[in-house]
Ligand binder design. Structure first.
Ligand code: RB5
Length: 153
């Protein structure tokens, strides 16, 4: 039975992130969160912009709490995710980055690199991302709001 602090998490990965994604899915599920794994590849090579696009679409439709994306480095999925309206993605390899991204940037998408972060650290990063709340101070709300404005270039 999920606790009152339980969240809905959507996970996806490209072929370079499947193993870590599986570990994070199991970890989040063991903590009582609702986990939806929309990963499409079974290991065959795919293009991360396509996989991220499909995952973002599901995440927004489902109105889930968090999107978690894994590729080899975490870089490709984070670049791809931040191209999407309403997505604020952070590539994190430590819990403090994840905490700051939640508090100051109101991040709703966590990106991780399977080749760059160990499984235990990745679980700690995810725990921190889930546990931290957006800081709703005026200055942070103002800055996050500006992220939704069209770019000048
Ligand atoms: C796939 O080899 C790899 O390029 C991809 O998983 C990711 O690291 C890209 O940024």
């Amino acid at each position: 039975m999920a606790g009152s602090g339980s969240k809905v998490l959507v996970f996806s990965a490209d072929h370079g992130g499947i193993d870590l994604k599986n570990k994070l899915v199991a970890h989040a599920g063991s903590l009582g969160h609702t986990v939806v794994d929309v990963t499409r590849t079974q290991g065959e090579s795919v293009d991360y912009p396509d996989e991220v696009g499909a995952a973002v679409e599901y995440f927004l439709q489902r109105q889930a709490d968090f999107l978690v994306l894994v590729c080899g480095s975490g870089v490709g999925v984070s670049i791809a995710a931040n191209r999407h309206h309403k997505i604020r993605a952070v590539l994190a390899d430590n819990p403090y980055t994840a905490a700051l991204a939640r508090a100051h940037n109101h991040a709703n998408c966590l990106c991780l690199g399977q080749r760059l972060v160990g499984e235990d650290m990745a679980c700690a990063v995810l725990d921190s991302f889930i546990a931290n709340q957006p800081d709703l101070s005026e200055r942070h709300k103002r800055r996050v709001h500006k992220l939704e404005e069209p770019c000048r270039t």
